[in-house]
Design a protein around this ligand. Sequence first.
Ligand code: PLP
Length: 367
Amino acid sequence: MIVPFVDLQAQYKSIKDEIDSAIATVISETAFIGGKHVNDFERRFAELYEVKHCISCANGTDSLYIVMKMLGIGTGDEVITPANTWISASETISQTGATPVFVDIDPSYHTLDESLLTNKITSRTRAIIPVHLHGQMCEMDTILGMASKYNIAVIEDCAQSHFSAYKGKRAGIMGIAGSFSFYPSKNLGAYGDAGCIITNDDALAEQCKRFARHGALVKHLHTIEGINSRMDGLQAAILSAKLPYILQWTEKRQANAQYYNKILSSIPQITIPLVRPETNHTYHLYILRAERRDELAEFLKLKGIETSVHYPIPLPFLEAYKYLGHQPGDFPVSHRYSLQILSLPMYPELTEEMMDFVCAAIRAFYS
Ligand SMILES: *Cc1c(COP(=O)(O)O)cnc(C)c1O
């Protein structure tokens, strides 16, 4: 049996007619940039989140950049973000001219450790970007409390947490803005790059929209210089076709995680992912901590099971951040876990048979 890490084919086959007809419609209307399909998706996504504004853009990375620029973050400022995540938050912090300030992750839930924030906040801190990593929520009450105490913006990176929730509130609606990626393998994925920003702040929404459209809300009336960050009509139509399924796909991911948990919790060399209490974890990724991780991954590969590591090198230790001069001891949890974490195949279309095969192989490796 072959168990791929992700299987975008399986999902496409399950809704082929809807996708094919969405694509054909956009092409027959030549509605490639902006227009009806993009407006429709923005409206439907905002409705699902019960949020006033959804501003589509070219990808998730841009959505972070756009929000920070429109909050006036720039040279001399600092923005706090976790040491273990994808590079988008820190690279866009740098692109605004600000400095990324990394915080270690917490040992239980692998998200930004809110108890370390006090030591990281300075008079220059302008924002915190909590990343709801793997679909797991950050401890938002503490983060929002700190942010309001020090008058700092919270921008939620929801690229891995579509429809995750904290105490009944969805990821993306608790900070000043939520940033989303629709990269193909994300829980809600386009067939190319796409992203969006959600916010209840009218002024920020208008500014973000203007900045992402060359600084003009009305064609040729450029009130500022902006960037070109637009969602394609094709991507919008594909995302709209997928929207009716997202909640059931999310439930399937959660059921799959329970299935893995039930079997893997009896293997002492493995730590299954914990879920923060009072939250809804949506399992963009299913991440174990495993003894002899690299050997296990190699063993699984030989059996036909693809795994991955998210992420093998904590951001502060990458070449790109060498100038910050960090040592492993500055981020002990991120450092230790980078040698233990292993992402198993996780998608709605995964079958029990496939998961049994994966779990049996892990058991075989340790016995
Ligand atoms: C995927 C991802 C992004 C960026 O998304 P793109 O659409 O690829 O630009 C940002 N943050 C996190 C945590 C991600 O996983």
